[in-house]
Design a binder for this molecule. Structure first.
Ligand SMILES: C[S@@+](CC[C@H](N)C(=O)[O-])C[C@H]1O[C@@H](n2cnc3c(N)ncnc32)[C@H](O)[C@@H]1O
Length: 262
């Protein structure tokens, strides 16, 4: 057995296999949001923290002109090699990435924004993403909020086999502290690749959100308005709902307000 010393995000092949689920459900809610909430047609789409590019591929296949960026160079290299030639992938940071030509929409699925821990970094991300979208464009962020009772949350575990490589991933929210707004997540990766067996456990410090945080940070950034929320079954959620982790991993629709570029 080999103990993998790299971080999970430095292992793009195994990440890509573990997250190689059918993306049609995610594409459906994103296309619904583009149609319902963006002004005008959505053609150019940005994905901050795009990882290995699984949604860049899925949305490019629907005809969108996709650009993605990620902080981790191994993720960027993998995504560049495994997306169609018209997809742009660059290395950039969520707190500062800007682009010359504005996009019609952006997306940040599966809690990736939780990697930005402080209000300052989240505000910086909202501002630079707002600057990268045209007026009337939308930014779709998928987030879960702090749990009322974390003990009810079961670790998520799944196994994926691709091209003879078996990847078993367990993702657990170990603790959440609403006072510090920090959560402790743990991922355990077990890989069988040819004759090699790898096991690796990594602890991640992530942001804990309250719904009030989300509303405040969006209102304060000056370039987005929260216009809709959708649940995991794509059901609309009233903006006045008391949202907690138990409400689900929700899609927040931010619309680029007139104050920004474009
Ligand atoms: C859970 S993965 C999500 C990848 C992809 N969006 C998906 O849905 O499969 C989170 C990604 O966030 C990236 N990341 C973390 N902090 C970042 C930052 N400050 N700027 C850009 N990317 C970041 C990681 O490298 C990782 O690829």
């Amino acid at each position: 057995m080999t103990q993998v010393t790299e971080h999970f995000y430095d292992l793009p092949l195994y990440y890509d296999i573990a997250f190689d689920w059918d993306a049609s459900d995610e594409v459906a809610i994103l296309e619904h949001v583009f149609t319902e909430h963006a002004d005008g047609e959505v053609l150019r789409v940005l994905e901050p923290a795009c990882g290995t590019g699984r949604l860049l591929r899925a949305l490019a296949a629907q005809g969108y002109a996709m650009t993605g960026y990620d902080l981790n160079q191994p993720m960027v290299d993998f995504a560049q090699r495994h997306t169609p030639g018209n997809v742009v992938v660059v290395q950039a940071d969520m707190t500062s990435a800007t682009f010359d030509e504005p996009f019609d929409a952006a997306l940040c699925p599966i809690n990736s924004l939780g990697h930005l821990i402080t209000d300052e970094n989240i505000a910086a991300h909202l501002r630079c993403t707002g600057e990268s979208l045209r007026k009337g464009g939308v930014y779709v962020i998928q987030l879960s909020s702090v749990y009322e009772d974390l003990t009810e949350f079961e670790p998520e575990q799944w196994t994926t086999i691709r091209d003879g490589v078996t990847v078993d991933l367990t993702w657990e929210v170990v603790a959440e502290d609403v006072d510090t707004r920090l959560a402790h997540h743990r991922s355990k990766l077990v890989v069988d690749h040819g004759d090699d067996h790898y096991e690796y456990t990594e602890d991640h410090t992530m942001r804990v959100w309250t719904y009030d945080d989300i509303k405040r940070l969006v209102a304060d950034c000056g370039c987005f308005e929260l216009v809709a929320i959708y649940g995991e079954e794509h059901e609309p959620i009233d903006l006045d709902t008391e949202i907690t982790g138990e409400t689900g991993n929700l899609y927040y629709v931010l619309k680029r307000s007139p104050a920004g570029r474009g």
